[in-house]
Design a protein around this ligand. Structure first.
Ligand SMILES: *[C@@H]1O[C@H](CO)[C@@H](O)[C@H](O)[C@H]1NC(C)=O
Ligand SMILES: *[C@@H]1O[C@H](CO)[C@@H](O)[C@H](O)[C@H]1NC(C)=O
Length: 338
C-alpha cells in the first residue's frame, strides 16, 4: 500500500473508532480535512462543519463546568447563602452521575427579585455553552405560555409533547417553569410521569434532564423567618436550611393559588430539593446595582448604587430592613441615575 494511503486509512480508522461526540469540532475538522485532502471524503467535512456551527446535543456544546457555577453563585447571587449551597451540591451531584435514574427536580421559592431567575440562568450557563439561548434550554412562563384557564387540556397535551419531543432530541435538556404560583394546578401533573424513576418511557429516557420550578410560594414564611432573626439581633447568614425546611414544602402544598397545589409532584416526593430564597437587604440591592453597572460595561459607582438602593421600598416600614421587590427594579432605577 502507498504510504500516503496508509496514513489516510489510519486517520479514517481513528475517526471511526473513537466515539464521534468525544472529538471536538476543531480536531475533527483538521483530521477530516487531512483525510479529505488525500482521499476526498467530503461527507465527513460537511458533517463536521455542520456540527461546528450548529448547536447540537454533543459535549462540545453541553458540558458542565462546576467551577463556573460556583464562581457565578458566589460572586453574583447576592444574599442567598442557603440557595447557593444547595444548588451547587444538587447540580454537582447530578451532573457527575453518568447514569441518573431520575431527572433533577428543583423548586426555587421566595419573593420576587430575590434571584430565582438569575440562579436558573447560572445553571444553564454552567452546562450549555449558549446558556439560556441554547435550544436545549426551555423557559415556560405561566402567564405567557399558558394564560387561558379554559385551554388547560390543550396546554397539557402540548406540554407533554414538548417535553417528550425535546428530551427525545437531547437527553440533556433543561426545563424552567416560571411563575408556578400563577400556573393552573393541573398542568404540571401532566408531566409528572417524566419526573419519576424510570429507565425509560416509550424508549425515551428523562434521567439526564433538569426541571426547575420557580414560585413565590413560601415567600411569606421565608420572610417571616428572616424578620424573626433580624428582630432577635441575629445576622441573616445565621439562618440555616433547618430553620426553613418545615415551612418550605408545606407552604407550596398549601398555597391555594400555586401551580403545585395538590399536585402529585409533592405527594410523590418528586421534587429533589426545595431551595429557599431569602429576602434581600439594602446592602444586597447596592451589590445588584454595582453588578448591573459592570454588566453594562460602566465603571461601578458606589454613590449611584447607594442612590438606587435608597429608592427601593423596604419593610418593616420604619426600620427599612428588607427590600419588598428584592433587586427586581434595579435595572430600571439605574437608568434614572446614569
Ligand atoms: C470553567 O469556568 C471557569 C470559571 O468561569 C473558567 O475559568 C474555566 O476556563 C472553565 N473551564 C472550562 C473547561 O471551560
Ligand atoms: C421543544 O420545546 C419548544 C418550546 O420550548 C417547542 O416549541 C418545540 O416544539 C419542542 N420541540 C419538540 C421537538 O417537541
Amino acid at each position: 500500500m502507498h504510504p500516503r494511503k496508509k496514513h489516510v486509512l489510519l486517520i479514517l480508522l481513528l475517526l471511526l473508532s473513537s466515539k464521534a461526540e468525544e472529538l471536538d469540532p476543531v480536531s475533527t475538522t483538521i483530521a477530516v480535512g487531512m483525510a479529505v485532502g488525500a482521499a476526498g471524503v467530503t461527507g465527513f467535512l460537511s458533517t463536521s462543519i455542520f456540527y461546528y456551527f450548529k448547536e447540537s446535543c454533543r459535549p462540545v456544546w453541553i458540558s458542565f463546568n462546576s467551577t463556573r457555577l460556583k464562581t457565578d453563585l458566589d460572586n453574583m447571587l447576592f444574599g442567598q447563602h442557603i440557595a447557593s449551597r444547595i444548588i451547587l451540591k444538587a447540580v454537582n451531584g447530578f451532573m457527575s452521575n453518568t447514569n441518573p435514574k431520575k431527572p433533577l427536580v428543583l423548586s426555587f421559592q421566595g419573593w420576587t427579585g430575590t434571584g430565582k431567575n438569575l440562579a436558573s440562568q447560572f445553571i444553564a450557563e454552567s452546562i450549555y455553552s449558549k446558556g439560556m439561548k441554547s435550544r436545549h434550554v426551555h423557559l415556560f412562563t405561566s402567564t405567557f405560555h399558558f394564560p387561558h384557564k379554559h385551554m388547560i387540556n390543550t396546554y397539557k397535551s402540548q406540554l407533554q409533547q414538548w417535553v417528550r419531543g425535546n428530551v427525545t432530541n437531547c437527553e440533556r435538556s433543561l426545563f424552567i417553569f416560571d411563575e408556578m404560583d400563577k400556573m393552573h394546578p393541573g398542568l404540571i401533573d401532566s408531566i409528572k410521569q417524566y419526573l419519576e424513576y424510570y429507565d425509560n418511557l416509550d424508549g425515551v429516557s428523562y434521567g439526564k434532564s433538569i426541571f426547575i420550578f420557580l414560585s413565590n410560594a413560601g415567600g411569606q414564611d421565608i420572610t417571616n423567618t428572616a424578620v424573626e432573626f433580624w428582630k432577635a439581633g441575629k445576622g441573616q447568614t445565621e439562618i440555616t436550611l433547618k430553620d426553613l425546611e418545615k415551612t418550605l414544602s408545606l407552604s407550596v402544598f398549601n398555597d391555594q393559588n400555586g401551580g403545585f397545589f395538590h399536585t402529585s409532584l409533592i405527594e410523590k416526593n418528586l421534587v429533589d430539593f426545595f431551595v429557599p430564597f431569602l429576602p434581600l437587604k439594602e446592602i444586597h440591592v447596592v451589590r445588584c446595582a454595582m453588578a448591573e453597572m459592570k454588566a453594562r460595561n460602566l465603571r461601578p459607582n458606589r454613590e449611584v448604587a447607594n442612590k438606587v438602593a435608597r429608592d427601593m421600598i423596604y419593610f418593616p416600614k420604619d426600620e427599612r430592613v428588607f427590600s419588598s421587590t428584592g433587586c427586581k427594579t434595579v435595572k430600571h432605577k439605574l437608568n434614572f441615575y446614569i
